[in-house]
Write a protein that binds this ligand. Structure first.
Ligand code: ADP
Ligand code: MG
Ligand code: MG
Length: 256
């Protein structure tokens, strides 16, 4: 069973002038395969910074702490190595990949991660089945990655990636934002399938509770001012829905 361990993680964002702005103020979190965690917090609390740091985005500088996957030092890995090690990050703002079709992109990613190309017949079947379950038009596979994708198409594409790549740990940053209620249900269904397969540890980052009605987290972590300020089970999400984040903000001072 895979385990992602984050210990005392401190991260600063590199500003254009070269200064460092501290964002993460010591994050401790353990995510095991088969578990579903939700990180919930107000805007600007550093949730995306946490996701980008784990993914190895160059704009973020780790100034303290450790991140390991099954004991291996994630922070010492390149972005590609992190993906090959089994980490998956669905970006809050996915990038366009001009001239590369969804089908080719997915197959290339799968090949890079597994170290060999997937068997064509199995692969085509898996892709087709995953797209069907997400209620995607088969023609979508021939479109260029993220070019002119609607919000809902981007999110579905992320979930197809996750289903096919079968990561050890998947971090979904605001996968629920911008989805209408039907798309949310379809996308949540995809997340639930990955969850039920039991091989992936899920870290769902959100500031709404609505996705958590479809995918019930085992653990909820409240994130304010660059750190986790409270932890609990799924009942904590219900409490946040009623009470909001005000209580934490009053205690911790304003979010950055
Ligand atoms: P969240 O995802 O919780 O909304 P973020 O991680 O996106 O929070 O941002 C945390 C803080 O870091 C915010 O105050 C944000 O303005 C700041 N920040 C993030 N990226 C940059 C950047 N590139 N330049 C300056 N500030 C940034
Ligand atoms: Mg934000
Ligand atoms: Mg964010």
């Amino acid at each position: 069973m895979s385990t992602l361990e984050i210990r005392g993680l401190q991260v600063s964002v590199k500003l254009p002038e070269g200064d460092l702005k501290p964002i993460l103020a010591g994050v401790d979190l353990t995510v095991r395969a088969g578990e579903t965690h939700a990180i919930m917090g107000p805007n600007g609390s550093g949730k995306s910074t946490l996701a980008y740091s784990i993914a190895g985005h160059p704009r973020y500088e780790v100034t303290g702490g450790t991140v390991t996957l099954d004991g291996e030092d994630v922070l010492a890995m390149s972005v590609d190595e992190r993906a090959r090690a089994g980490l998956f990050l669905a970006m809050q703002y996915p990038v366009e990949v001009p001239g590369v079709s969804v089908a080719n992109f997915l197959r290339t990613a799968k090949t890079a991660i597994d170290g060999e190309a997937p068997k064509l017949r199995t692969w085509v079947g898996e892709l087709k089945s995953s797209m069907e379950k997400l209620q995607m038009d088969p023609a979508f596979a021939q479109r260029n990655v993220n070019e002119g994708f609607s919000g809902g198409e981007k999110k579905r594409h992320e979930i197809v990636q996750m289903e096919l790549l079968k990561p050890k740990i998947a971090i979904l940053d605001e996968t629920d934002s911008g989805l209408d209620i039907d798309a949310l249900r379809v996308v949540s269904g995809g997340i639930s399938r990955v969850r039920e397969a039991g091989d992936t540890g899920l870290l769902l980052i959100t500031h709404y509770t609505r996705i958590l009605r479809y995918v019930k987290p085992d653990f909820v972590h409240v994130f304010v001012g660059g750190k986790i300020v409270e932890e609990g089970g799924s009942e904590l999400a219900d409490k946040l829905e009623d009470e909001g984040y005000e209580r934490y903000l009053a205690g911790a001072g304003p979010a950055k």
